[in-house]
Write a protein that binds this ligand. Structure first.
Ligand code: BG6
Length: 484
């Protein structure tokens, strides 16, 4: 485990949804587990005036209880003594100066190096003012180290991401900046690198000679929930594809880095993203969910969700076909798919291998074809992977049937930590490996620029399905969306 260091974690948007659901439970769990020093303080910063530390602690206690914490004996003293609140008022220079004084006063309570994390858990439109406010108050440099954590979405297109990077860099050096994509904190996503680079049996097959296609699916059964304000302007491509899906793609397709070290990994990810053939309209299908059924529930269509425009054209589903133009992947289609109100919650990567060049055996499959070998990596919810292969079905004659070798995290290990727990420890430890570098975020936006400039038509799909049937046209004749 990495050495804990006492730091002050300043959360801008400190009484928001992310803090309540994710950050506070993750900070608590880390302190309870000894992954963060119990002298770490949390300073929640929000607009509300006249809120005292005690009021915030009551709010925090409710948030922790809602998250099921503490399950056993927890760090009581920490919740009583190390949680604080500071108003940012209207966000003027005086307010940021008051914030600076408050941080210094808190640091004076416990001797330490004065290390600081500023976590911007803010809606995208509030990010620039917060960066300017902190920078203007001299808070980008402190007595110890200072780190800035920025939540996704980082910009809404290439131009705005560049502008935000430039603004951040006016005050903070890149090694201070931690752009969060919480998918990178998931154990199963981190395991992609171990699977590939610690198991030569896979790496030797990981190329155009052996792989027929790669499919990445991020399917959710939830709809837009109460986030129409944000989602109407975002859509599936900005919300999920630009970040989570492209990060998975980069980890699957990148070259072997020279060392397991943040910059080397980022270099390889950027390189592969830049090798992707420019997208055209023919490579993309958009969808929007209509009313339907999820399990045994009838659910409303997107346009009937609260806060959604009755004639909204926002995509809640996107399927893309990409080609990576490098020596390893030339000619291998990468099929990506993300959507809300799909048949089930499932994040999965399917690497399908080439069929044997000559078929010696009959098969038991209806198609009469042998099933290709496939490595099915399930990121969530049933974390693990399966290797599909053919066996001889017992009995007379030689007929083949598909079987799977299977690994499940839940069977081999204790419950997995939440992604935010891992990422918060990494921020305090100064490890940027699982964060997104400035050029990486820009490369992801650059890739999607043609779609954002000329969004394709939006096809309707019933909630509880796997998206619009039109998505099938992206696949080549040998491929099928899995599962469907
Ligand atoms: C967020 C998106 O980044 O990821 C949400 O904004 C989405 O729309 C969520 O629901 C999915 O995260 P997870 O960890 O539940 O797969």
């Amino acid at each position: 485990m990495k050495a804990p260091e006492p730091a002050t974690v300043v959360v801008m948007g400190g009484t928001g949804d992310l803090m309540r659901r994710k950050l506070l439970p993750a900070l608590y769990a880390n302190v309870a587990a000894g992954a963060l020093d119990p002298n770490c303080r949390v300073l929640a910063v929000a607009r509300g005036r006249g809120v005292a530390d005690e009021g915030f602690r009551a709010w925090a206690a409710a948030a922790l209880a809602e998250a099921g914490l503490p399950p056993g004996p927890g760090p009581d003293a920490w919740t009583r003594e190390r949680l604080h609140y500071q108003t940012i008022g209207a966000g003027g220079a005086d307010d940021y100066a008051a914030l600076a004084r408050r941080i210094a006063a808190l640091e004076a309570l416990t001797p330490g190096p004065g290390d600081r994390v500023f976590y911007l858990a803010l809606p995208p439109q509030a990010l620039p003012a917060a960066v300017r406010g902190l920078g203007g108050a001299g808070l980008s440099r402190g007595p110890g180290w200072t780190r800035l954590v920025v939540e996704k979405p980082f910009g809404r297109d290439l131009a705005s991401a560049r502008a935000l990077n430039a603004l951040v860099h006016e005050y903070f050096e890149e090694p201070q900046v931690y752009r969060i994509d919480h998918y990178l904190g998931k154990e199963t996503v981190q395991n992609l690198l171990v699977l590939r680079f610690a198991n030569p049996i896979f790496e030797t097959l990981w190329n155009r000679d052996r792989v027929a296609s790669v499919q990445i699916t991020v399917a959710e059964d939830v709809g837009v929930e109460d986030r129409a304000d944000y989602y109407e302007d975002a859509g599936a491509v900005r919300d999920i594809v630009q970040n989570h899906v492209i990060q998975l793609l980069a980890l699957v397709a990148m070259e072997v880095p020279g060392a397991f070290e943040a910059d080397q990994i980022h270099n390889e990810k950027v390189k592969v993203l830049r090798a992707i053939r420019p997208l055209s309209a023919a490579d993309v299908v958009y969808g929007q969910y209509a009313a339907g059924r999820i399990g045994d529930r009838d659910v409303a269509g997107y346009r009937d969700e609260p806060g959604v425009a009755p004639a909204s054209r926002t995509e809640t589903f996107a399927a893309l076909r990409l080609g990576v133009q490098n020596w390893r992947w030339h000619g291998v289609p990468f099929y990506l798919r993300a959507g809300k109100r799909m048949a089930q919650r499932l994040t999965q990567i399917v690497v399908t291998f080439r069929r044997p060049p000559v078929m010696l055996f009959p098969s038991l499959h209806a198609s009469g074809k042998i099933q290709p070998n496939a490595l099915v990596i399930t990121i969530q919810p049933d974390e693990g992977f399966d290797l599909a292969f053919e066996v001889k079905a017992p009995g007379a004659g030689v007929a083949l049937q598909s079987q799977r070798l299977r690994f499940r995290y839940a069977e081999a290990f204790a419950p997995l930590p939440d992604a935010y727990e891992t990422l918060l420890v990494d921020v305090v430890a100064g490890d940027q490996t699982l964060f997104v570098r400035a050029d990486e975020v820009e490369a992801a936006w650059a890739l999607l620029a043609p779609l954002l400039a000329a969004p394709p038509a939006v096809h309707v799909y019933p909630a509880g399905s796997w998206g619009p049937p039109e998505a099938a046209r992206l696949l080549d004749s040998e491929a099928a969306w899995a599962p469907a």
